[in-house]
Design a protein around this ligand. Structure first.
Ligand SMILES: Cc1ncc(COP(=O)(O)O)c(C=O)c1O
Length: 298
């Protein structure tokens, strides 16, 4: 599903490092680490009725990703919250809003890979846009399995939510070329890891399964689904899931902040009856109800 430019976002204010800038003036230096090496961490947040879904979980993951990358100055949580508050207030945003929260290692004194060249402090970016959920959760999405693998901790731990997204972008290009919405990415053993932009779950009978967090981001929505499953009458667990199991599932769905719970209706040409799966319908209802309770004040 290709997103398009929303004219409502033409005049938005964006927080960069220490203050707000109009969209056309919001930028980082060519010496910024994100430009030089994708050396940054990020979170995608959604705003519901002026509150942010699972905000403290997202802020913790941002901090832990930055710590794993040995950032020397991680801004205090209150600084990040205040930047988000200022951005939402400046744009009058209380709903239908997606925030791309990025923390780069900052500007370097000269181009190069070495983090010791970063002597200007990290750079926080709060980019809030008017954006409904990205996927159509009623008609569902179609997927192919891509040939690019998701990283295992042997290469680059997928538990770090970093901006080095090229594996995922290559997988997404494969999906685009094939005329599909998303690419399923496998781990190095050939089991499902996640989609290029969301986690993957399946339902078979009364069981809900999702891959172990070995080569996938342990998504916050994925975690919620594991917690909420019992309320929909499902027994949830992590498992090694092969393509054959996904092809024969009652439902396959993607989970993520940007799209919530999205049914997959086709995978590698196999029809998946996700929309007819009553258990998936129950889970979507439980999730919708929970979003109201799990959104937090900034
Ligand atoms: C690769 C990938 N997988 C899964 C997710 C979903 O994570 P969450 O549910 O925390 O939004 C994201 C979100 O950014 C992602 O980039």
């Amino acid at each position: 599903m290709l997103q398009s430019f929303n004219p409502k976002n033409a005049g938005i204010q964006v927080f960069v490092k220490d203050r707000l800038y109009p969209r056309h003036e919001a930028r980082v230096s060519v010496f910024d680490s994100s430009v030089q090496g994708g050396d940054a961490v990020w979170e995608g947040l959604r705003v519901y009725h002026g509150k942010i879904m699972c905000l403290s979980h997202h802020l913790r993951r941002l901090r832990e990703s930055a710590k794993a990358l040995h950032f020397s100055d991680i801004p205090p949580e209150e600084f990040v919250r205040s930047a988000i508050r200022q951005t939402l207030a400046a744009n009058g945003m209380t709903h239908d809003t997606h925030i791309r929260l990025t923390l780069t290692r900052g500007e370097k004194v000269t181009s190069g890979m070495d983090p010791r060249l970063n002597q200007a402090g990290s750079c926080l970016i709060v980019l809030a846009e008017w954006k409904p959920v990205v996927y159509d959760n009623s008609s569902g999405i179609r997927a192919i399995t891509g040939s690019v693998l998701r990283n295992s901790p042997r290469f680059l731990d997928s538990k770090i939510h970093h901006n080095n997204l090229l594996n995922n972008i290559l997988a997404k290009i494969q999906a685009n070329v094939a005329g599909m919405d998303v690419a399923l990415m496998l781990d190095e053993r050939g089991f499902a890891a996640e989609f290029n932009d969301t986690n993957v779950c399946m339902i078979r009978g009364e069981k809900l399964l999702t891959p172990h967090a070995v080569a996938c981001l342990p998504g916050i929505t994925r975690g919620l689904v594991l917690d909420l499953a019992t309320r929909a009458g499902l027994e949830a667990s992590e498992a090694d899931i092969s393509l054959t199991e996904l092809y024969n599932a009652d439902a396959v769905f993607a989970t993520g902040t940007m799209g919530e719970l999205t049914p997959v209706v086709e995978l590698d040409g196999r029809t998946i009856p996700s929309q007819e799966c009553a258990a998936f319908g129950r889970l979507q209802a439980v999730f919708r109800e929970a979003t109201m309770q799990l959104a937090e004040e900034v």
